[in-house]
Design a protein around this ligand. Sequence first.
Ligand SMILES: [Zn+2]
Ligand SMILES: [Zn+2]
Length: 139
Amino acid sequence: MTSDPAARLRSVSLRVTRPRLAVLAALRDHRHIDTDTVIELVRADHPTVSHQAIYDVLRALTDAGLIRRIQPAGATARYESRVGDNHHHVVCRSCGAIADVECAVGHAPCLTASDDHGFVIDEAEVVYWGTCPDCSEGI
Ligand SMILES: [Zn+2]
Ligand SMILES: [Zn+2]
């Protein structure tokens, strides 16, 4: 997938607007950031873009599949622009740091359930919980 934000918007038939470009740029430079951080980054460059506009953009981009929303249990939702590969995440119980984890068993990550119970499965979400290096240092 191209990293050019305007081309990515056009590839899913979304109009190219300044708030959408700004959100995509923020997510290209920062991974796994929450809504408040997206707002902070976008408004640093574009002070006139409203909070509501950014919420709307996040929803539209998520619905279009350009960004991925992840929400570990008990944590605030984070967004990332790495989509389509169904990679997993490791989350620190202490500080909430998140890192990407490649799928453990090759391509089409983990979509073959041992028993699908008749469901048509299109996504598997794996979250590894633990303690990040920074937080485990003092233990
Ligand atoms: Zn930590
Ligand atoms: Zn990720």
